[in-house]
Design a protein around this ligand. Structure first.
Ligand SMILES: O=C(NC1CCCCC1)[C@H]([C@@H]1CCCCO1)n1c(-c2ccc(Cl)cc2)nc2cc(F)c(Cl)cc21
Length: 233
């Protein structure tokens, strides 16, 4: 059995990413709001666009702290952010949904999201993903590095130098692999399962524009930042 060890450089990399991840949490707590009140589809849509707009700004700050990201070609930095924003939003939603909550709160939260205005046909893939993330019981470091790996996906549209992105992503993958072995010694395939969630995340994100367009309300308004980042309007 090989001795898995995170070296000093990898520990520094992990600390930089986790610190950035913790510094850049969503200020308002959407879960608390949803648990407090039942909202109309219009109010829920507004809540989502506000949260998502704030999360994109937070994601940009987080990404700037990923070692090596700012050394990438400037246009590639934009392409990576634009290409990963929807996935990062669903990943963050899944992490918020999977947080340990007092008994019954998660059920109320699920009910509120199910009734928020999103058409029913998207509920199964969305909650399958949320629950599959929850079952992994990721530690904070894993959540932060998984988000960085999602952003550093080389095959996003318009990336001119995918090899440079791949080198950064591989560094992250190596740290995550070791972390998984150390944090979940009983589960041999934990790392593989974790990466499998990124495939599920990409599939779920394909529904995103349609979910928004078919939200049970008229006149869907987006913020200018979301129009830039999401393929809407
Ligand atoms: O605001 C949301 N997520 C933010 C996004 C930025 C990061 C933090 C989490 C939305 C909610 C949906 C209901 C109405 C209010 O918005 N949301 C989504 C969701 C996101 C995209 C689409 Cl298209 C559909 C649903 N899934 C959620 C799971 C949850 F547990 C909670 Cl608390 C909220 C969740």
């Amino acid at each position: 059995k090989e001795k898995v060890e995170i070296n000093r450089e990898q520990r520094a990399l992990m600390k930089a990413i986790v610190d950035a991840y913790n510094r850049h949490q969503i200020p308002q707590d959407v879960a608390k709001k949803l648990l407090q009140d039942q909202y109309s589809p219009e109010e829920n849509f507004l809540l989502l666009t506000e949260m998502a707009t704030s999360q994109v700004q937070v994601l940009v700050e987080f990404t700037k702290n990923i070692p090596g990201f700012l050394s990438l070609d400037r246009e590639d930095q934009i392409a990576l952010l634009k290409g990963s924003a929807v996935e990062a939003m669903f990943l963050r939603s899944a992490q918020v949904f999977s947080r340990k909550m007092p008994t019954g709160h998660t059920d109320v939260l699920e009910e509120r999201v199910r009734k928020s205005g999103i058409p029913d046909e998207f509920m199964t893939p969305m909650f399958n993903f949320y629950k599959s993330i929850g079952e992994l019981h990721m530690v904070q470091e894993e959540q932060a590095i998984l988000t960085a790996i999602t952003i550093l996906t080389p095959d996003r549209p318009y990336v001119k130098d995918p090899q440079a992105v791949e080198r950064l992503q591989e560094t992250m993958l190596d740290v995550l692999r070791k972390l998984c072995v150390l944090q979940h010694p009983q589960e041999q395939q934990y790392f593989a399962r974790l990466l499998g969630r990124l495939t599920e995340l990409r599939t779920l994100s394909h529904y995103h524009s349609e979910m928004l367009a078919s939200w049970r309300m008229n006149d869907h308004k987006f913020t200018p930042l979301l129009c830039e980042i999401w393929d809407v309007q």
